[in-house]
Ligand binder design. Sequence first.
Ligand SMILES: Cc1cc2nc3c(=O)[nH]c(=O)nc-3n(C[C@H](O)[C@H](O)[C@H](O)COP(=O)(O)OP(=O)(O)OC[C@H]3O[C@@H](n4cnc5c(N)ncnc54)[C@H](O)[C@@H]3O)c2cc1C
Ligand SMILES: *[C@@H]1O[C@H](CO)[C@@H](O)[C@H](O)[C@H]1NC(C)=O
Ligand SMILES: *[C@@H]1O[C@H](CO)[C@@H](O)[C@H](O)[C@H]1NC(C)=O
Ligand SMILES: *[C@@H]1O[C@H](CO)[C@@H](O)[C@H](O)[C@H]1NC(C)=O
Ligand SMILES: *[C@@H]1O[C@H](CO)[C@@H](O)[C@H](O)[C@H]1NC(C)=O
Ligand SMILES: *[C@@H]1O[C@H](CO)[C@@H](O)[C@H](O)[C@H]1NC(C)=O
Ligand SMILES: *[C@@H]1O[C@H](CO)[C@@H](O)[C@H](O)[C@H]1NC(C)=O
Ligand SMILES: *[C@@H]1O[C@H](CO)[C@@H](O)[C@H](O)[C@H]1NC(C)=O
Length: 548
Amino acid sequence: MENSTMPTFLLLILLLLSHSQLRLLISTNTQPNEDISYMKFVRDGNDFPEKEEYDYIIVGGGTAGCPLAATLSKNFSTLLIERGSEPNKYPSVLKEQALLNVFTVEDDGKNPFNRFVSKEGVQNLRGRVLGGTSMINGGVYSKPNTDFFKTQLGVQKFDMEMVEKAYKWVEEALVYRPRLNAWQNAFRRVLVEGGIVPDNGFELRDVVGTKIAGSIFDENGNRHGAEELLNKARPGNLKVAIRATVERIIFSGSSATGVLYSDSKGKLHTAVIRKNGEIIVSAGAIGSPQLLLLSGVGPKSHLSSLNLPLILHNPHVGQFMKDNPRVGVIPILPYPLDFTSSKVIGISNNNTYYFQSIATTSPFSIPPSFSLLPPNSTSVNLTIATIGGKFSKLTSVGSLRLNSSTDVKTTPIVRFNYYSNPADIQLCVGGVRKVGDFLKTQIIQNIKTRDLEGNRVIQFLGPPLPENLSDYSSVAEFCKRTVTTYWHYHGGCLVGKVVDGNYSVIGLKNLRVLDGSTFAVSPGSNPIATLMMLGRYVGLQMLKQRGV
Ligand SMILES: Cc1cc2nc3c(=O)[nH]c(=O)nc-3n(C[C@H](O)[C@H](O)[C@H](O)COP(=O)(O)OP(=O)(O)OC[C@H]3O[C@@H](n4cnc5c(N)ncnc54)[C@H](O)[C@@H]3O)c2cc1C
Ligand SMILES: *[C@@H]1O[C@H](CO)[C@@H](O)[C@H](O)[C@H]1NC(C)=O
Ligand SMILES: *[C@@H]1O[C@H](CO)[C@@H](O)[C@H](O)[C@H]1NC(C)=O
Ligand SMILES: *[C@@H]1O[C@H](CO)[C@@H](O)[C@H](O)[C@H]1NC(C)=O
Ligand SMILES: *[C@@H]1O[C@H](CO)[C@@H](O)[C@H](O)[C@H]1NC(C)=O
Ligand SMILES: *[C@@H]1O[C@H](CO)[C@@H](O)[C@H](O)[C@H]1NC(C)=O
Ligand SMILES: *[C@@H]1O[C@H](CO)[C@@H](O)[C@H](O)[C@H]1NC(C)=O
Ligand SMILES: *[C@@H]1O[C@H](CO)[C@@H](O)[C@H](O)[C@H]1NC(C)=O
């Protein structure tokens, strides 16, 4: 599959942005306004002793790891180990507008933007900071339709009352009802006019129709990521090591006994678990399968080819990697509109498609003769918006394997096999046709500008929609040509394949995996609500299993 043109264009224009407006935006507007009382638990990895003992050790201070650590600390000594820094070291990530960093800031090996490129050439990224990817993402908080818990996780039985309580626990701490700016209001009308009905107003649950979702950005645009859930931890029981990278899980026979981690100076530390203690890997859909493989848990042939000692042969570690492709276009609006992350979601029948939009002003302007503004007006800056979404029933699967370097800092090799299954192409074609309906709405018709021949057209960044949407093969071609990520990649340590319904690694003792790597299906329109809920939920179950 060829490299996509759409993200390249987007990247180009946003790179230009970074040199003008964006720098200013970030440097002048960074009054962090999060509750950082969790900082009392946080210390640099360098300051930890060479060896220490805990009841629970959690690898990865991300979206699922933070709520899990806060919960387990209620009664047990808990160590949370995160490779990145504390977010206040990078105050720009704390602001909604700084979401544009996702497109512009280079990966320096330390900052929160850990970039990787799939084998298909699709640019992607994961969070490297306390709070994990919840600190660099679009901030949308939305809970899947309850069917998710019945059908998607198969072998797992959920206590739905506990699930709802766990969501509530998260929501009280960091979920806000967003105010819609001009573009989000317009997009809401586009969805409704385009047939995504009814308009359900503000709604945290994914329900068919158009809705205003929850957000982890407050009314002042301050981000409240998963690390703020650490504020709920029991003082004295929690320690958080930052700039500390777990290199291996240590085993004795088939029991996990501890972890080996390096600090920023490269010095190695050991943390071991007490009797009845456990290690929980929450390093994300790339980091968790990677760490299992590096520790000798995975396909025998792959591990032996890298001379890694085998702890447990499990062919499924690193398999079933999925990344929902983004379906849509990027229209250019002839007005200057404020930056906005996604606030409104359109959910089609049967939860088949989830549509969202982000928009940002560009430093580019057009003369009035090309716009539809009165001829006496001066040039206006253009806005770039995305109109698109993802489909939920993704069939194509890929895999992850280690790079020949067995250094944990080397990104593994990931292939998602986008559109390798024709069922996905069919769903993409349906989604593109739906986007075609959105483009026919009055609001979008009003953003037309004059092209060089004087025709009134919608201008796009990257390829426009195919002219004949009835022509399956040209729409399918458009899907393949514009493939890019929706950033909801998941899989690698699936429930039923690598972990059981309690997220315990099958065939080993004292070891669990809990994060997006366990999902066969990404939960609903947006995963972070469910990832944070699961951190709380599984933590409570573990406490219960210990008789607390
Ligand atoms: C640009 C972007 C926009 C998105 N927008 C949204 C959105 O609006 N709403 C939504 O719900 N979802 C969104 N997502 C997806 C969502 O943010 C992620 O799916 C989710 O945060 C992943 O959570 P996780 O717990 O699986 O992993 P993470 O949150 O990534 O946590 C893993 C943590 O482990 C750490 N780690 C990894 N390896 C090691 C190691 N060896 N030692 C120590 N630490 C380690 C990492 O640094 C990281 O902090 C978006 C994602 C991106 C990238
Ligand atoms: C757990 O902690 C609570 C206080 O948070 C305490 O009341 C209880 O006795 C503890 N239980 C155990 C088994 O340690
Ligand atoms: C929704 O799903 C059901 C069963 O899977 C199917 O019969 C129906 O046609 C679907 N409806 C739409 C609008 O796709
Ligand atoms: C608008 O465009 C001009 C150049 O045409 C640029 O100098 C200015 O910074 C832009 N304004 C914004 C808010 O992007
Ligand atoms: C531009 O022209 C419109 C009518 O076409 C008029 O209403 C408006 O006041 C004019 N603006 C300026 C700045 O002259
Ligand atoms: C492995 O990683 C190294 C260093 O990042 C890189 O140069 C190399 O191309 C990678 N190998 C593969 C097969 O991707
Ligand atoms: C659009 O494509 C369909 C299906 O291929 C075809 O029947 C139809 O003639 C095309 N319409 C135009 C205007 O080309
Ligand atoms: C999860 O753990 C509980 C308590 O140890 C046990 O009863 C249950 O069978 C386990 N479930 C699975 C799917 O392993």
